[in-house]
Design a protein around this ligand. Structure first.
Ligand SMILES: NC(=O)c1ccc[n+]([C@@H]2O[C@H](COP(=O)([O-])OP(=O)(O)OC[C@H]3O[C@@H](n4cnc5c(N)ncnc54)[C@H](O)[C@@H]3O)[C@@H](O)[C@H]2O)c1
Length: 361
């Protein structure tokens, strides 16, 4: 097992990452809340079927009374309606200020259950048990919780740091390959923005990672989580530096939104990283052979490297809505080399459109 510490003063916590950790969760939660009795597990039916019994057995052994609140699948559940159903569920089981909220699942469950934990009775203690690669390397770290509202993703939310994150890499084995690729986009992003040695490791081992080889998988998740934790520790509230995590997201978010979220986040970010890097190539600040390395790695990870069929006018509109465009310039995270990126407010919309429309990069 590896431990990553998210250093946020009084709100610091650990992410424990490794194989077969769910069975130990009960013991760790007992250490965390020596006198606590109640826990509410928020998850979805598929994840509950796979891992619910294992988790709950460990909790019961430690004297926790656990109620399970099930949420159907899908991003559309990240809503105030579903949050209200969960509030009613917590009332029905007489949740108290000390009741532990356990969120087991992907980023949808983590964001939704985190939001409910942050707001119910002005805040309940939260433990995240991420079971997708994306959630283990990204969404479980940093305390961002949210629900979507109308057409706007993550429109209503609050920062609420968990007490503990337990990322059991064994659970990744039941993920469909498309979900693994989705998470790998963020993993590759970490290499691109701040760790060239990590990028090299990914290049050498992508097939082994996709085959869930341990201890490699544990190392990849832990190193990714450590990069995210390091950035979050310097900018908890997302007021500057944390922006660097948006590499690939300027175009990525816009493509996702222009496709009415039919294109998965990871796929959109993969294209976004290629296009941001191609812009940096055009500006003469990023070498072309490194763009080729990025594309090769993304392809090995099962991710796209070209623009999907989306209307360019919708992509531009989405970037404008995101407040990324000002006076004809767009905020981009650009690479200088593999492992080094910076925030630029100076890319012209015209260049971005030219690169997005171009097939050459
Ligand atoms: N809070 C943050 O900082 C942050 C960061 C990035 C993304 N997000 C959010 O995360 C969400 C996306 O998360 P996601 O990619 O994990 O998608 P997801 O939560 O929808 O999970 C994807 C699918 O995998 C299934 N699943 C989960 N674990 C499984 C397992 N071990 N085996 C088999 N199936 C499993 C789920 O039931 C679901 O169908 C978005 O809502 C996004 O906004 C939040």
């Amino acid at each position: 097992m590896r431990t990553v510490r998210v250093k946020l003063g009084k709100r610091s916590y650990q992410a424990r990452i490794g194989h077969d950790l769910l069975g130990q969760a009960g013991k760790w939660l007992r250490e965390l809340v020596p006198a606590g009795e109640k826990a509410a597990l928020i998850t979805n039916p598929a994840v509950d079927n796979l891992y619910g019994v294992l988790l709950k057995q460990g909790l019961e052994k430690q004297g926790f009374k656990t109620a399970t609140l099930l949420v159907p699948e899908g991003e559309e559940q990240k809503s105030l309606d579903t949050a209200a159903k969960l509030y009613a569920g917590l009332q029905a089981v007489h949740a108290e200020r000390s009741t532990l909220i356990l969120a087991m699942g992907g980023g949808v469950i983590g964001d939704l259950a985190g939001f409910v934990a942050a707001t119910y009775m002005r805040g309940l203690p939260l433990v995240l048990l991420p079971t997708t690669l994306l959630a283990q390397v990204d969404s479980s770290l940093g305390g961002k919780t949210a629900v979507d509202h109308g057409p706007v993703k993550n429109n209503i939310g609050v920062f609420h740091q968990p007490l503990l994150v337990i990322a059991d890499t064994f659970t990744l084995r039941s993920l469909p390959q498309a979900e693994v690729s989705n998470g790998l986009a963020e993993v590759i992003k970490y290499g691109m923005i701040c760790d060239s040695a990590f990028f090299n490791l990914l290049e050498k081992n992508m097939q082994k990672i996709r085959a869930f080889e341990d201890p490699l998988l544990e190392e990849i998740v832990a190193r990714s989580a450590a990069i995210k934790a390091g950035i979050v520790a310097k900018d908890e509230r997302d007021s500057g530096l944390r922006n660097i995590l948006n590499f690939g997201h300027t175009i990525g978010h816009a493509v996702e939104s222009a496709s009415n979220f039919k294109i998965r986040h990871g796929q959109a970010v993969a294209t976004g990283m290629v296009k941001a890097s191609a812009i940096a190539c055009r500006l003469g600040i990023f070498p072309h052979h490194q763009l080729e390395r990025l594309k090769n790695l993304l392809l090995q990870a099962g991710l796209p490297v070209t623009m999907p069929q989306v209307e360019m006018s919708r992509v531009i509109k989405a970037m404008e809505y995101d407040k990324k465009v000002q006076n004809g310039k767009i905020r981009f995270i650009l690479p200088r080399s593999i492992g080094k990126a910076f925030i630029s407010n100076d890319v012209s919309l015209a260049l971005a459109v030219e690169v997005m429309e171009g097939a050459d990069d």
